[in-house]
Design a protein around this ligand. Structure first.
Ligand code: CP3
Length: 347
């Protein structure tokens, strides 16, 4: 354990790749479902003691090498004065469908409007094994804007993309304000004890390279730069972004999350030697049981071996129907991996 995760993020020598799993606190865990029988999802997010407890559950069960704060990318609806409901996907009561709606937004400081997020982070940092780093997170500005404009999940996010084409200036005004809010939100998480941050750009893959560069990458770079003074590793994960990797390379983060569609060595070729990679086991492999999980994970380990830094993860969030035995087999495999420290030193 120790600071394996932080060392791999910084591309320092490690004896094995660290392992954590996106959405590691969630419905595949019986102890999570037990809490969710008593409280709804938003209450869980808003109650620091419960959010902290749920954050720690996967660490206690599996000994992952990093914890991720239990929260959601849509908690920022509150400082934006918007109402969001989870059924279980997010539904925004009054989506930002017009320039007027965008320009009417009044943004409150997150420390005052969602103090429970940072209180949960403080509690986790206090209760967590000091050798296990805590990751804070937020959506990248484009992905947050996509939900706020669309009003919820969508296959194509056509209202959001329409706004980029129809009202580019208003879209940039919205994105700038979301980017400023995101910098404040992540800064507050780090001040409360987070030792790394991850930006989730779940819907980046819906954009072509031109739209991505103009509306997504630009504001991701702004957030990444706004966090530089905190001196914590910054992880950027764009889903379904194989066609965007030459642009993703310019985001400024220390670590790039790679989804399950692109082999790690192929991604490394496009991303260069100045970043560590995080990923990228197909979450569906775990559905096939421990043996299939080990086979698929071995191939990820093999492809990760030559990288300047590798943080083992899935290539997207773990699915609620995942058998615990698959996760156990994955942990056993990755924790048994040994790498000669000298061989990973830069030449
Ligand atoms: O990784 C972790 O363990 C930390 C917790 C976490 C949650 N959401 C808890 C959650 C994280 C990192 C997120 C990020 C998030 N939220 C993303 C980006 C990651 C990704 O999956 O691409 C997105 C797009 C959201 C928005 C969101 N929140 C959706 C689409 C959903 C419904 C999907 C689902 O799993 O049902 C949520 C709700 C949500 N957020 C749940 C959890 C555990 C399920 C709520 C429940 O318990 O019923």
């Amino acid at each position: 354990m120790s600071d394996l995760f932080l060392r791999a993020c910084r591309r320092e020598p490690v004896e094995r790749p660290p392992l954590w799993i996106m959405r590691q606190a969630g419905r595949y865990l019986p102890e999570y479902r037990a809490i969710r029988e008593r409280v709804d999802f938003m209450t869980l997010c808003r109650t620091p003691e419960l959010a902290a407890e749920v954050t720690l559950q996967p660490i206690a069960r599996f000994g992952f090498d990093a914890a991720i704060l239990f929260s959601d990318i849509l908690v920022l609806a509150e400082p934006l004065g918007l109402e969001v409901d989870f059924r279980p996907g997010p539904v925004v009561a009054t989506p930002l469908r017009s320039v007027e709606a965008i320009d009417r937004l009044e943004i409150k400081p997150p420390e005052a409007s969602i103090p429970w997020v940072y209180e949960a982070a403080r509690l986790v940092r206090h209760e967590l094994d000091p050798r296990v780093p805590l990751i804070g997170f937020a959506a990248a500005p484009f992905t947050l804007a996509a939900y706020l404009i669309e009003g919820g999940g969508s296959r194509l996010f056509e209202s959001a993309k329409r706004l980029l084409w129809a009202e580019p200036q208003a879209a940039h005004r919205l994105l700038q304000r979301l980017a400023d809010l995101t910098v404040q939100h992540l800064t507050a998480q780090v001040r409360a004890g987070a030792q790394a941050v991850q930006l989730f750009d779940t819907w980046a893959g819906l954009l072509d390279r031109q739209l991505y560069t103009e509306f997504a990458l630009r504001w991701t770079q702004y957030v990444v730069a706004g966090l530089a003074h905190l001196a914590v590793p910054r992880i950027y994960f764009a889903l379904d972004a194989a066609h965007l990797l030459p642009d993703v390379r310019r985001c400024g983060a220390e670590v790039i999350g790679v989804d399950w569609r692109t082999a790690l060595d192929v991604a490394a070729h496009e991303l260069g030697a100045n970043v560590a990679l995080q990923g990228n086991l197909d979450p569906c492999a775990l559905l096939a049981g421990p043996e299939a999980t080990v086979r698929a994970a071995q191939s990820v380990l093999d492809r990760g071996r030559a990288l300047p830094g590798h943080v083992f993860n899935l290539g997207h969030g773990i699915l609620p129907t995942t058998p615990l035995s698959s996760v156990e087999a994955l942990v056993e495999l990755v924790h048994a991996e040994r790498r000669p420290l000298a061989a990973t030193l830069p030449a």
